[in-house]
Design a protein around this ligand. Structure first.
Ligand code: DC
Length: 211
């Protein structure tokens, strides 16, 4: 079973997807961490991101992200790597490698997978697709609070990344036609988790009833 949570940066995908996975007893997949790991590895080795992506040795272990066995959970969250990740994610060769890796992971077990293209490209057969959004100002406010950063700076950086993610030629960020779009600008965290969990349970019930 796959539950896809897509949407722009700062819409609350990670925290919602994590909470949902915990509640349902599913495994959480942070696909953005994979693009970030490619960006970090390519930068450190001054290598072509596509070559790095083709042989990425990444382990996603709960909260921890390991690159070749080395913990990079904090290093991949820096503002520099955020921008670099958004650039490498526009490279179709990097995307092809990541999508293949993600599909292999999702092929067995029960997952809550979070990203930009899970419902559209990686797992179009997902049992439930949720597209989380919020106003740009609210998304920047939340991320600034998380990072302890200045909201204005975060908004400026977020606008550049949004623009790149939305307009790239390959798998631009867009809601799958069969996704449930949820605008969280006015909703609290618990409320969003409650609504998404309810949708997931409905779909899972429908599924077991059909077999
Ligand atoms: O979700 P995030 O901020 O950690 O993602 C980092 C970058 O990777 C972001 O700019 C968009 C890109 N990304 C993507 O293109 N496809 C995904 N499935 C996940 C992330």
């Amino acid at each position: 079973v796959v539950i896809a949570i897509d949407g722009p940066a700062g819409a609350g995908k990670s925290s919602i997807a994590r909470a949902l996975a915990l509640e349902l007893g599913f495994t959480y997949l942070d696909s953005g961490a994979m693009y970030r790991a490619v960006a970090l590895d390519a930068r450190e080795r001054e290598a072509d991101p596509a070559a790095v992506a083709a042989q990425l040795r990444i382990t996603l272990d709960g909260e921890r992200v390991l690159l070749d066995g080395r913990e990079v959970s904090a290093a991949i969250r820096s503002p520099e790597i955020s921008q670099a990740a958004s650039r490498v994610a526009a490279d179709p060769r990097v995307r092809a490698a990541m999508v293949a890796l993600q599909r292999r992971m999702l092929a067995t077990g029960d997952w809550v997978a979070e990203g930009r293209d899970i419902g559209t490209v990686v797992a179009p057969e997902a049992e439930l697709k949720v597209f989380l959004t919020a106003s740009p100002a609210e998304r920047a406010r939340r991320r600034a609070a998380d990072l302890g950063a200045d909201p204005g700076t975060v908004l400026a950086e977020q606008t550049i990344r949004d623009q790149r993610d939305l307009t790239r030629a390959h798998s631009p960020l867009q809601a799958a036609p069969d996704s449930v779009v949820l605008d969280t600008t006015e909703l609290g965290f618990e409320e969003v988790v409650r609504r998404v969990a309810e949708l997931a349970r409905e779909r899972l019930r429908g599924r077991s009833g059909a077999t």
